[in-house]
Structure formats: structure tokens, C-alpha cells
Design a protein around this ligand. Sequence first.
Ligand SMILES: Cc1cc2nc3c(=O)[nH]c(=O)nc-3n(C[C@H](O)[C@H](O)[C@H](O)COP(=O)(O)OP(=O)(O)OC[C@H]3O[C@@H](n4cnc5c(N)ncnc54)[C@H](O)[C@@H]3O)c2cc1C
Ligand code: FES
Length: 257
Amino acid sequence: MNQAKGKILSNEEAKPGYYLMAIKCPPVARAAKPGQFLTVRCGNATEPLLRRPFGFHRINGDAFYILYKVLGKGTKALSSMKAGDAVDILGPLGNGFPWPKGKKDIVIVAGGIGVAPLAALAEKLLKDGKKDISVIIGARDRKSLLCREHFEGLGIKTMVATDDGSCGKKCFATDVLEELISVRRPFIPLIYACGPGPMIKAVAHVAKKRGLEAYGSFEEYIACGVGACLGCAIKTKSGYKLVCKDGPVFNLKEMIW
Ligand SMILES: Cc1cc2nc3c(=O)[nH]c(=O)nc-3n(C[C@H](O)[C@H](O)[C@H](O)COP(=O)(O)OP(=O)(O)OC[C@H]3O[C@@H](n4cnc5c(N)ncnc54)[C@H](O)[C@@H]3O)c2cc1C
Ligand code: FES
């Protein structure tokens, strides 16, 4: 883990309310693994005091990207930062996604802004020669659908579900997951997921029903980010775990819902 000053290379609005920021910071970028995260001091003032956590969206040599949704004062301050500004970061933090052993089909399930760290995962899996990757992206509507073109550009089979049917199928991402598993038999994929709590829970349910291995990245509220404040504890079958230190990625069969 490094505390370092990164240099913002770009900070563009990718879609209304969503920004893509590229940061050059060799010690953090070189050490980062998909599924790990960093915390960022948003803005130059002391307000907001707490750093905000973001997943590594893409990792590229000495630089990386974060993809973020503007929600409150931290992300609002971040969205006003410009190329050339310095940014105070701490990372990489957390465990990252466990790597698949042997030849396995892989299904990546993303919900909303949860898609952000899954792009880095897909890119690394492809780099490691994994070929059988499918991505399911769930979003509220077409306007909040992210990264579809990115995954398709990587040559990955990409399926879309929206709540209102304005893009892809009108259903939840987990309905598409169920369908995919039912039609492609035998199909025993390893599942990676990141998204809202109810989506992760639904993925865990599908995985349990079908006897599949599944990992989910949790986006709990994080304060210190380094295991010191115990503010991010969640209950698992093997006791309380810290999202920031033991996670954010957990084997879904370990979770208590
Ligand atoms: C490990 C991890 C990785 C994350 N990766 C990303 C990412 O790649 N991209 C991204 O956009 N966001 C990500 N998040 C969530 C992000 O950290 C929060 O959205 C951000 O901290 C909000 O800060 P803010 O000051 O703008 O909002 P605040 O003023 O703190 O809050 C504004 C509103 O957002 C809600 N909110 C704040 N934090 C969260 C959260 N963690 N989950 C759900 N709702 C929240 C609050 O309840 C409030 O309603 C991640 C969180 C974690 C723990
Ligand atoms: S945020 Fe402080 S222990 Fe996890």
C-alpha cells in the first residue's frame, strides 16, 4: 500500500452524472490488481475530510482509470478537478478478485456503477489467455448503462438488462444469468459480480442453487480504508470481516444475508 501523489491526466464526463478519470501514479498503478481499490482525497480542501474509495476501472502501465458516479460532496469535488492537478491517493487496498484455476468459463455480472472494477478484471483475464468470458450488465435504464461498448470492443460476449427495457432485455442482470446457465448445458462457470447489495444477493442465490463458485465485490461505506476503524465490518459464516481489508471481494458462499 502506498500513499502517493498522482497526476490527473484527464477527467471527462463519460455520461451525464458519470466521470472517467485517468491518473498517473506509477507506485500505485504498478501494484494494483483487479478488484482492489484506492482511496482518494477529493478536492484540495480539508472538506470532505474522509477519503473516498473507488475501484481500479482500468490499469495501464504507470496509470489507471477510475469510473465514478457523482453522488455527494466527495464525488462532486472530484468531478471539478482538472487534467494536470495533483491528487492524493492511498492504494492499492483490499484483496482483489481471486484468479481462476485451470480452464473455466467465466461470467461477469455487473450492476450500475458496479461495472467499474469489472473492466479491469475482464482485461486481465483476456491478457492471461482466458477466452470464454461473458459479461452481463444490468442498469436502471439506457442513460445509466455503462461500459457496454468497452466490453464489446474487447471481443467479449456482452448482454444487457435494464429495469425499464430501454436497452437490452427488460429484466434484472440475474435473470439473464439464470437464462444463460439454463440454455448452455453443461455450463459450470465461475461468476464474478459487483453491484448493488440486492444484486449480489441474487447472484449468490443463483450460484447456490446451481452449485457454482461465485465472488462478489462489496461497496460498503468505508471510512479509514485500512482496517483501523472497524467501521466496515460485515457478518460472514466465519465471523465478522472487514470489507476494506479482508474484502472488498468475498466468496459468496461465505456470506450471511
Ligand atoms: C471498495 C469500494 C469501491 C468503490 N468503487 C466505486 C467506483 O469504482 N465507482 C463509484 O462511483 N463508486 C465506487 N464506490 C462508492 C463510492 O466510494 C461512493 O459513491 C463515494 O464514496 C460517495 O462519496 P460522496 O462524497 O460523493 O457521497 P456522500 O456525500 O458520502 O454520499 C452521497 C450519497 O451516496 C450514498 N453513498 C455513499 N457511499 C456509498 C456507497 N459506498 N454505496 C452506496 N451508496 C453510497 C450516501 O448514502 C448518500 O446518499 C466504491 C465503494 C467501495 C467501498
Ligand atoms: S473502513 Fe476502517 S476498518 Fe474498514
